[in-house]
Design a protein around this ligand. Structure first.
Ligand code: TRP
Length: 339
């Protein structure tokens, strides 16, 4: 152990693909709660740009999104001094360990990944090798940092399970090398749904969606999206929390509650007898005010090229120190000649 004097914090790591714009859903559901995690855990967050290559991207867009995502995390309150924030491709150890772990991950295992099956069904014209071996790279992302916990959504649990299997397999062959991490379901904040389709999650995706509010949206666009949000068709037209029968209203209430801190009962009382014509713009306004400081801060960071560069460099340096310690061990164990 490096740090005998102070009891080490548990290590937590997560990667986020820069393939879409961060949304109100990602903020209220997750990122908002991350700032305080740093007190308890040693946190690593990286922009998974190598993973983004499994689908076709416009190169300029990918570059911009990667930096913008980093800027937005900082703007959301993730302090780069207290968290290790970096771009995956800036730490080549990911690709290097990724290759090694490819050789310890079985074809059969990769074939069973439901995400691979889903994605190859959706991208029938581009079922590339990377899409198939992606979980081995993800295992490398994780195992390099010897984390205790990997907070992931349900869609990624299977990949973390595979990571554990690969880590155990490697440890059994070569002796204790990797910590076997636990998947961890972070306490979700509000589960935010699409404004036009309140039965499905507000997703970060490429298409411009009027049901999706992004962190960088202009206030006028946010206002418009909330005015057009679907409410319900039960004809009751009152603000009441009933997710089963009034999913649209329930979603707007969850959003309002998350940004104002009001409970559902308080919201029902506040809008009693007022109807949706008052309620929807009020939610829009509350969201505009909640997102304004984040957008402004992210824009400021994006304009400050020198700061952005320092941010990237410092994060990558910090990450590399840990990552290469693991990689050197692995290279030695499998029989590669020391460089
Ligand atoms: N596969 C994850 C996703 O699609 C992103 C990711 C890549 C990740 N590497 C990771 C998440 C390591 C957690 C840990 O969302």
């Amino acid at each position: 152990m490096d740090n005998i004097s102070s009891p080490a914090k548990k290590v937590m790591l997560s990667g986020i693909k820069p393939t879409g714009d961060l949304t109100l859903g990602s903020y209220l559901g997750a990122i908002k709660n991350w700032a305080e995690r740093a007190e308890q855990y040693d946190c690593y967050y990286f922009m998974a740009d190598l993973h983004a290559l499994t689908i076709r991207n416009n190169p300029a867009d990918l570059r911009r999104r990667t930096l913008e995502q980093l800027a937005q995390y900082v703007a959301c309150g993730l302090d780069p001094q207290k968290n290790t924030l970096f771009i995956q491709s800036h730490v080549p150890a990911h690709a290097e360990l990724g290759w090694v772990l490819n050789c310890y991950t079985m074809f059969g295992e990769l074939s069973r990944m439901t995400q691979f099956k889903d994605k190859s069904a959706k991208n029938a014209d581009n079922i590339n090798g990377g899409l198939f071996t992606y979980p081995a790279l993800m295992a490398a992302d994780i195992l390099l940092y010897q984390p205790d916990l990997v907070p992931v959504g349900d869609d990624q649990k299977q990949h973390v399970e595979l990571t554990r299997d690969v880590a155990q397999r490697f440890n059994n062959l070569y002796g204790e090398t990797f910590k076997v991490p636990e998947p961890f379901s972070p306490k979700v904040g509000a589960r935010i749904m699409d404004l036009l389709d309140p039965r499905s999650k507000m997703s970060k995706s490429d298409e411009v969606g009027n049901g999706r509010v992004c962190l960088m949206d202009r206030p006028e666009d946010i206002a418009r999206k909330f005015k057009r949000a679907v409410t319900d068709s039960d004809g009751e037209r009152c603000v009441r929390y009933d997710p089963e029968n009034k999913p649209g209203v329930a979603n707007l209430m969850s959003i309002y509650s998350a940004v104002t801190g009001e409970s559902f009962e308080e919201i029902e009382r506040e809008f009693d007898g007022k109807g949706y014509g008052v309620f929807k713009p009020a939610v829009g306004e509350a969201v505009i005010e909640a997102l304004r400081p984040i957008r402004e801060e992210a824009e400021k960071i994006m304009k400050d090229k020198a700061y952005l560069e320092t941010l990237c460099r410092d994060g990558a340096e910090r990450a590399s120190r840990i990552a290469y310690r693991t990689l050197r061990k692995v290279y030695k164990k499998v029989g590669l000649v020391a460089r």
